[in-house]
Write a protein that binds this ligand. Structure first.
Ligand code: ZN
Length: 321
């Protein structure tokens, strides 16, 4: 477990999670306010580990003055439940229904998912495997105290600016400090893996689903405009060569997309058929991750004009152009 001091004022704490991604990193920033960036998954083990590592920095949880979340996934927000009800929780507005487990929001989304799953050609047995309850067990029931968005600065954290980086999550933001090129990246870029462009329902009056991989690539392009000398992330090691890593990620994503195109050229298929061929070993174990990744590549190809959709009985059949 790495417990490295990242810079003079940003300290990394690595916590266990019950998820296949492994440990998650959260950060203590000694700004004008003692700020925590992200909280781990809600397990007793993570909380004990958090308290021990915080003690090594000379603090207890009650010393934390505010918490900023990079996005709403359980491994980044679950431990919020362990903090005092009075502590300010700050994040993008799109976190709110997820971190509060808003039942009305979930109910509203049911028709969306039903239609989407039909379009993607998912069979009912596969749909039954997409069980979100398990994830929510490790999430929290909290509310944002205030919201942030593109270009905002944060009270108590002078020098840092908020940038919206949707893709992996619609709620995703990063914190960038121009003065020393420090980027607190959440899951936007990770040293060893590409984050999954997870499918999410529309929010705030949007009428169609977001296209998460397209958004994600745009978010990476936005990061390329920054001088990033030090990037700290939600999982794994810090990144020192972010520009190079992003270029590599673009190349490998394009390769994956063209592999999908080859499959479609041989035979027009639904997203589900592509998914089961693309991930024959894991698609049943990780249904949401694998179908999201597949839809991402299909959206990418469609955007490039390489493929088109034919609608048959509500199902989307992808053809090469
Ligand atoms: Zn995440």
């Amino acid at each position: 477990m790495s417990k490295l001091t990242t810079t003079k004022d940003v300290f990394k704490i690595t916590l266990p999670t019950p998820f296949s991604v492994g440990d998650v990193n959260v950060y203590v920033v000694k700004g004008d306010a003692l700020t925590l960036i992200d909280a781990g998954a809600k397990t007793e083990e993570a909380w004990q580990s958090f308290k021990e590592q915080l003690a090594q920095l000379g603090y207890t949880p009650s010393d934390i003055e505010q918490i900023v979340i990079t996005h709403h996934h359980p491994d980044h927000v679950g431990l919020l439940d362990y903090f005092s009800k009075d502590i300010p929780i700050i994040g993008h507005p799109k976190n709110q229904p997820w971190i509060s487990q808003d039942q009305q929001f979930f109910a509203q989304n049911e028709p969306f998912y039903k239609e989407l799953f039909t379009q993607l050609g998912l069979n009912p047995a596969f749909v039954a495997l997409i069980n979100m309850d398990e994830e929510f067990e490790y999430s929290c029931r909290r509310s944002l105290s205030s919201t942030i968005g593109e270009g905002d600065t944060l009270e108590g954290l002078p020098g840092f600016k908020v940038l919206e980086t949707p893709g992996h999550a619609q709620s995703h933001i990063v914190l960038y400090r121009e003065e020393d090129g420090m980027l607190i990246a959440g899951d936007t870029i990770l040293a060893k893996i590409s984050p999954n462009p997870l499918l999410e329902p529309p929010q705030f009056g949007e009428t169609s689903r977001p296209r998460p991989l397209i958004q994600y690539n745009n978010s990476l392009r936005k990061l390329l405009t920054l001088d990033m000398s030090k990037v700290v992330t939600g999982h794994g090691d810090d990144i020192t060569n972010a520009h190079h890593l992003i270029q590599e990620r673009f190349i490998s994503q394009k390769e994956r997309a063209y592999h999908v195109l080859k499959m479609i050229e041989e035979k027009p298929m639904t997203a589900f058929e592509v998914c089961s061929r693309l991930f024959p070993k894991v698609y049943l174990r990780q249904p949401l991750f694998t179908i999201s990744e597949t839809v991402g590549q299909l959206d990418f190809l469609e955007e490039l004009g390489e493929i088109k959709i034919e609608v048959v009985n509500g199902q989307h059949i992808y053809h090469s152009n």
